[in-house]
Ligand binder design. Sequence first.
Ligand code: AMP
Ligand code: MG
Length: 322
Amino acid sequence: MKTRVVMPPSGIKEAVRLLSTGEPVALPTETVYGLGAAALDPMACAKIFEAKERPLSDPLIVHLPSFDWLEKLAQPNDLALRLAEKFWPGPLTMVLPRQAIIPDIVTAGQETVALRMSAHPVFQQVAEAFGQPIAAPSANRFGRISPTRAEHVLSELDGRIPLILDGGPCAHGIESTIVLIRGDGMEVLRHGPVTAEELLKFGRVLLGSGGISAPGMRKSHYAPRTRLEIKWHRHPADALSGSSAGSQCHAGLLAWSSSGDGYGAVERLSPTQDLREAAANLYGAMRRLDEAGLELIVAEPVPETGLGVAIMERLRKAAARD
Ligand code: AMP
Ligand code: MG
């Protein structure tokens, strides 16, 4: 299959036409690029799993074209309605009891469905013109780094999908915050652009997964092919000691505050140490280091406050090998 990259506004029509015929298309969102397909069409959703090589046990997030779809797809309680009003459209995904209309392939057979409404103007135009919910996980092969630019999607899925709609670089650069609504409380299943501090204004916040099945929460995820270690800055020769080929130019640094002298490659997350900028740069920087032919990527930890919590969660998953 030939994969074409198209631009809005003309590309929007084409994306909608493909979605209507049950084909998957890559679309920009404000978090990362998504691989979208008609959420109410199980065959269309199956093509997402196929293109990504995603296990069928890993449920998809469904994007709403408008607020009135919320109660058609799920059973929101008062808290969910208040969160939707505050954060939608935006980077918050809510896991709610599903309605029967949702195909099993979307929820991986669970009784809950994950819902979101994107604030990206291009995504919104596609969703509005399509007029139906769109299932859209990140547009990368399973377990790999999420794409934050159209060219990242091309390098992940070239030949596997018909179309990529290029909406420029993603504003947030990391995936949406996922909360499981439990009565008047929220359990954060994945940290993201909407922080726990912001959620606290709406009720109790529990951190970490309370044992519900959320397969995307496995230890290793968002991972480069190159080994990645999180370390306070040390000299690259130290970072490589104990490994086979000990030349320091074989290590790269994903830098937060240090200069990276002596490393073979350095990617700076944010020269001004701004966590928002760091989040937006994270995956692009990781991808460039991964393509630099290094033996090791050393990632410096960032402060674990606000968005830093989400960034550190991604770095730990990139470092995990399971
Ligand atoms: P992605 O769309 O690739 O960013 O990942 C979506 C993630 O959302 C999945 O890996 C799950 O962990 C989570 N998710 C989706 N649906 C559900 C659900 N019904 N219950 C719990 N977690 C979910
Ligand atoms: Mg993903």
